[in-house]
Ligand binder design. Structure first.
Ligand SMILES: [Zn+2]
Ligand SMILES: [Zn+2]
Length: 169
């Protein structure tokens, strides 16, 4: 499965439903704005008015990727242990999609699910904050998470045992 496909699957089904409903509502509103007057008065709709209706309806399609992106922010923020409600509000209310751009700049590194309780555990954490399970090898001196291949701790320089993670008996 490709990376894009994985990310795409994060978009909640509700986001597609909301995008569809809002777009239909928008097209209905535009039809009302442009077409209702002449139709009620029994006039033929002028081709230019048809044109404006079609242009505004087509431009409204842009709201669909925006809503899907907000849905992605929702799932991705939850997966990363971030405040999903806050980020969705920022994504919606900061104009020109700047909230969404900020999200992609500032989002936390991907967390992994805790092996025993499935709670998301942030990249820098050594133990699950929900149940205390040790999820990553850590430095014996400063206790921060270490990475594969390190022979010395990248934070404090302490030598690391070459063989890894299980805590000494
Ligand atoms: Zn846990
Ligand atoms: Zn260290």
């Amino acid at each position: 499965m490709s990376r894009f496909r994985q990310e795409w699957d994060l978009i909640p089904g509700a986001a597609f439903v909301i995008a569809g409903v809002l777009y239909l509502a928008y097209v209905t509103l535009m039809a009302f704005v442009w077409l209702a007057g002449p139709i009620v008065e029994g006039d033929a709709v002028h081709p230019i008015v048809w044109g404006w209706f079609l242009v505004t309806a087509a431009l409204g399609v842009l709201m669909v990727p925006f809503i899907l992106l907000v849905g992605y922010v929702w799932s991705d923020a939850k997966r990363r242990g971030m405040n999903a409600v806050l980020w969705v509000l920022l994504a919606i209310f900061i104009p020109n999609a700047i909230g969404i751009i900020l999200y992609f700049i500032l989002r936390d590194p991907l967390s992994v699910p805790c092996p025993s309780c499935q709670a998301p555990v942030g990249k820098e954490l050594v133990c699950c904050a929900s149940c205390g399970t040790v999820v990553r090898p850590s430095c014996p001196e400063c206790r921060r998470a270490t990475r594969d291949g390190w022979t010395h701790c990248g934070y404090c320089g302490a030598a690391l045992r070459p063989s890894t993670p299980s805590p000494a008996p």
